[in-house]
Unconditional design. Sequence first.
Length: 866
Amino acid sequence: MGSLFRSEEMCRCQLFLQTEASYACVSELGELGLVQFRDLNPDVTAFQRKFVNEIRRCDEMERKLRFLEKEIKKDRIPILDTSENPDAPLAREMIDLEATFEKLDNELREVNMNEEMLKKNFLELTELKHILRKTQAFFDEQENIQAMQSLHANDGNLGQVNPALEYDGELIVTGDHKESFGGKLNLDFVVGVILRERIPAFERLLWRACRGNVFLKQAEITESLEDPATGDLVQKSVILIFFQGEQLKSRVKKICEGFRATLYPCPETPQERREMAIGVMTRIEDLKTVLGQTQDHRHRVLVAAAKNIRIWFTKVRKIKSIYHTLNLFNLDVTQKCLIAECWCPVADLDKIQLALKRGTEESGSSVPSILNRMYTTEAPPTYNRTNKFTAGFQNIVDAYGVASYREVNPALYTIITFPFLFAIMFGDFGHGLIMFLFALFLIVKEKQLIARKIRDEVFNIFFGGRYIIFLMGLFSMYTGIVYNEVYAKSVNIFGSSWVIPPEVDDNVLANMEKIQLNPNTSFLDHAYAYGIDPAWNIAVNKLNFLNSFKMKMSVIIGVFQMIFGVVLSLFNYRFFNRKLDIYTMFIPQMLFMCCIFLYLCILIIYKWTAFSAAPADMAVGHYPGSHCAPSLLIGLIFMFMFQQRNYGFADSKCVTNAFYPGQVGFEQFLVVVAVLCAPTMLFVKPYLIYRERKNRLNDGHIAIHADMNSDDAEAVQIKQKASSSTSAGAHDEHDDMNIGEIFIIQAIHTIEFCLGCISHTASYLRLWALSLAHAQLSEVLWSMVLRIAFGFQGYAGAIAVYLIVWAFGMLTICILVLMEGLSAFLHALRLHWVEFQSKFYTGSGYLFTPFSFDVILEQARIEDGD
């Protein structure tokens, strides 16, 4: 079995499957999910492959299932999802599934068509009902107006009639005969319904097109009507139009047709309208009964389908993926055997053989399936076994570049180094605790959250990285304890090691804003038990102390991580038998790093431990105190300038003095070694490759005797290739290059490494910079927001404390946890991708993508949004 340290050993295999057993065998391999098939028909289009008809049938079944799902969701029927994962159906079961889906599809479409027709009839009858009511009410109103006009005429007041009433009286036709007042006009009318929002435009066009020779009466329908085509509720109005002549009648009907108004026949007499209304009401009641029965039947069909539709989708998608995979295979000349090529892990060959055996037995084939390992020079895919904990860290590495086959996998170390570097920049116990508790909640409620299938993209990002966030919060709590920072404040748990001098009494202390503590007299013999002393939180020179500490710590951590990356390159060289790279790359790189950067780290640690605040006698002379400690910066400059150092601390420039006896000579030796490493990396490897090639040509590296038969010759060639690949592994990647190209590539690598060591060391100072920024932002929030709350008193103070603490919490989460956390996360990514992985990681591989039903179904669920 492989490990996370290095990817799985892969092999290319050739499969021989009997035609009748191929479906069942591929189905078993899909359930196993450990085989990546190669396309043996790259020049054949998708429409020319053998199983294209089966795939089309699967597409048709999927279309019918999507139609069923759409109708189920339309009726708001809950879909039963038991998360059941049924096995792929047998090939012969595909016909039964097609018949089932065809029956459901036809039945549902017929029911929908009948329902739509019934709803259309119901709408027409409902509109006709309202037309009859509104028309009758309108005519009754006109009869009342005519009666009033007659009453006025009998009283001798005919000359005082309102002109509008007179116009209406002349226009309206009622009773059993069409007659006009005065015998001048013979009018027709049409009635119908129209969408309410179209009334104003309809009225204007009608008036202009008919030149004012029509009379329009409208009345709103109070209830909302359902559109049978869309199912939406619409608002409509009844319209009654009077006109004279066939020409106006034709024009009015065309305008109504243009505005999609529905016209209905309306009797002219009240008696006929009443009889029609009674008939309409009877038909409406009958339609309600039939429509209810139709909807109940449709509901029963959809409820039954909702119980199985998820299982049906799973079965159809598995069938479709099997046939897609079978299209990658080749047929032999007898058309009785399918040939496939695939990549699979060597450790799982027994499982694959067992799956093929099960598939052969299920199909009833008497001929067993054959799995043969193949020799190939093609680079295999990279397969790193992960679980829910390690998958997130592996994704961080793969996002930059997939590891080359069998090279060292950085994800193993990223599990610790990534949250640790993040925590150095984010170090605050309180903020780390918030992050830790959030991730802990996601981990504890993991199963429930997965079962809910939340599709929010932002939530899924956090949920997918829950274990990364968990470790980032945990390490941030640790570094917060080291920094002694809890929401920008220190906690005095073990008692400070700094004390007020005894000669300073309380009265003097009360009148002093600042007091300077001498480390020789005010510092106890022991340091603070763990982390930074809380006295530094209130010190004026707090930033000077913390900046110096964090800057040096960042350099030490960065150098050690880069050296560790160079050490990991040794594991790659040894595994791939690249001995030349060990001598021409690893050793010079390690010497270059150690002679300059590791030496600097040793000086930093030595200065911390050897030069204290108290005077002492040292090997380089009497040390008067911390004001005379040698400078690291000046010392590093003098090291490269070959500058002489003074011994002792007598003069005022004691910061330029030596750290230890013999420092100048030793540093000159280190610089010379480091400088010699650069030409070693640049010239030695190309020269040795050139000499090796020259020796090959002189010795006749490949020679096959003419008297050998073909089988022996082939065997010798294979043997020679194999031995060449093992003995000269370092040269294989350069065999197709000329010496000039090799030299250019080596020059690029050498310059990149030498300059990168300097720039990458400086890049690790971002650990200090972001830690400083985070601490200062925390300090600002404390002093500018939360501190204000304690200035109020009484009831107003209680309200102010509540509001300000709430605001402080929101700002802390939004700015310090989310925004600063994202910034530290991105910087930690950079440090791993560039500064660390560039020392050993090629990242030019490609992922192992096996044929797996689980992956296919999960992708389908994401695309469907379920």
